[in-house]
Design a protein around this ligand. Structure first.
Ligand SMILES: [Zn+2]
Length: 86
C-alpha cells in the first residue's frame, strides 16, 4: 500500500512559508512577486504529485497531513486511513 512521505509534507510547508514571505516582501520590492509565483507553483506540484490520498487521490490539506503523522486519520473523501511514512 502506498504511503505519503513526511519529507514531502516538510517540503510543502517550507515552500508555503517562502511563498508567504515573498508575498509580504512584495510590498517593498515588487520583483519578489516572481519567486513567490515559483514557490507557489512548486508547492502545487509537490502537493499534486506526493500529497494526495494514496487510495482515491483526494486532496487533504497540510494541517490534516501533519495531524495524520501522529494520529490515525481517515481520508475525508474515501474514508480510508491515510498513513504517513517517516
Ligand atoms: Zn481517499
Amino acid at each position: 500500500m502506498r504511503k505519503i512521505k513526511s519529507k514531502y509534507i516538510a517540503i510543502a510547508f517550507a515552500l508555503l512559508v517562502l511563498f508567504s514571505l515573498c508575498m509580504v516582501l512584495c510590498f517593498f520590492k515588487w520583483l519578489l512577486f516572481f519567486p513567490a509565483i515559483i514557490f507557489l507553483s512548486a508547492y502545487m506540484l509537490v502537493d499534486r504529485k506526493y500529497l494526495r490520498c494514496p487510495h482515491c487521490s483526494g486532496f487533504t490539506n497540510l494541517d490534516r497531513l501533519s495531524y495524520a503523522k501522529t494520529h490515525i486519520y481517515h481520508c475525508s473523501h474515501c474514508g480510508e486511513i491515510i498513513e504517513i511514512e517517516g
